[in-house]
Write a protein that binds this ligand. Structure first.
Ligand SMILES: NC(=O)c1ccc[n+]([C@@H]2O[C@H](COP(=O)([O-])OP(=O)(O)OC[C@H]3O[C@@H](n4cnc5c(N)ncnc54)[C@H](O)[C@@H]3O)[C@@H](O)[C@H]2O)c1
Length: 329
């Protein structure tokens, strides 16, 4: 194979998500993309679908290939530490799908190895590259909703059901990454309710209660739900925001609605009321230019590798997410 015709980023793991990554890479480059999966059926299937894909016979065809500078791991958290170490030891830049690993010490070791070898290490917290999430951040920065009172994030679907990690780590970690991106303050988990339904030791449905300064937040994660739901609700003192990813159009809305209890000092002595005052104004549909989030994320990775700069979701960001979830009550 002509070495000049090989894309500098290769992929290990071509299961469900890895296949989507491979497809996205074919939109970024016209060069050959080398992939490897220990399950040959998976990589061969991908090779059949896309002319650009080359299925490596073994992992060393990627690790020892001098034309390959960056490696993406879309494998499982239980194998990512071992594979990640091999990639960094071979002095290649590393992208690992979230949540990377479950153990903080292992993640710290990967970070230190990447720093020692002067290599880029990025985690796949994809929502930080999503145009709606970025728009919500600017809305929050401009304080358009008033003082934030409460946030609820729901991420539910029927599957993919994981064998190794809890639903709050698999799904809720996305939402922790989003909250960390929105606010500069520390995200503190207060408690996690886990519902183990299909297996004894793995939660299928979970709810994380957390605080960011004075703001209460709830994250609900489930892979045991008949419908796909992905919703962020932000209650402000002046307005309320809803981002519904499953809506075809008008995914992001700001409701000019709020409720408050007037201070008791304002009441006449002979009159008190328990009723809150409710304000109902117009709802605004926020226009956001939609683009391919995964493409944005992969281009960010390749650019940062090329410039040798820290990515937005670098190893330390991912460690912060993992530490937040692995809270000790
Ligand atoms: N960013 C996102 O939105 C997003 C979405 C889905 C999944 N993910 C993450 O992607 C990762 C993979 O998830 P998935 O749903 O694709 O799982 P999957 O089981 O469908 O795919 C994993 C693949 O890795 C391969 N693999 C395992 N060990 C290997 C090894 N040692 N060498 C080579 N290949 C190996 C398996 O054969 C399989 O094909 C998970 O960490 C998951 O959390 C991220």
């Amino acid at each position: 194979m002509n070495m000049h015709n090989i894309h500098k980023t290769a992929l290990i793991g071509t299961g469900y998500w890895g296949s989507i990554i491979a497809k996205t890479l074919t939109k970024i480059t016209k060069k050959k993309i080398i992939v490897f999966d220990k399950n040959k059926q998976n990589s061969n299937l991908l090779k059949k679908k896309f002319k650009q894909i080359v299925a490596a016979k073994n992992i060393n065809e990627i690790l020892l290939n001098k034309s390959i500078e960056n490696i993406i791991l879309a494998t499982h958290p239980s194998i990512n530490f071992k594979l990640g170490k091999e990639v960094l030891k071979k002095k290649k830049n590393l992208f690992v799908e979230k949540p990377i690993v479950t153990n903080q010490n292992k993640l710290l070791k990967l970070i230190k190895l990447s720093e020692k070898n002067n290599k880029i290490f990025m985690g796949g917290y994809i929502y930080l590259y999503n145009s709606f999430i970025r728009k919500i951040k600017t809305i929050l920065n401009k304080k358009q909703l008033g003082q934030i009172k409460f946030i609820e994030i729901q991420r539910k679907n029927l599957g993919p059901i994981r064998n190794e990690i809890d639903s709050h780590l698999d799904l809720g970690s996305h939402d922790i990454s989003i909250l960390k991106y929105f606010f500069k303050k520390k995200v503190v988990v207060k408690n996690i309710v886990k519902r183990n339904i299909l297996k004894k030791n793995i939660s299928d449905i979970s709810s994380i209660n957390l605080k960011i300064g004075q703001i209460n937040c709830e994250i609900i994660s489930s892979w045991l739900n008949p419908t796909k739901e992905r919703k962020i609700l932000i209650i402000g003192s002046k307005k309320m925001l809803v981002f519904d990813e499953m809506e075809k159009t008008n995914k992001l809305k700001i409701f000019n609605k709020y409720a408050f209890y007037p201070p008791l000092t304002k009441f006449k002595k002979d009159y008190t009321s328990n009723s809150a005052r409710i304000y109902l104004g117009k709802t605004k549909k926020i226009k956001v230019k939609e683009n391919d989030t995964l493409r944005n994320e992969l281009i960010h990775f390749e650019k940062k590798c090329f410039k040798n700069q820290e990515p937005l979701t670098n190893g330390r960001f991912c460690l912060d997410v993992l530490k937040t979830i692995n809270y000790k009550s």
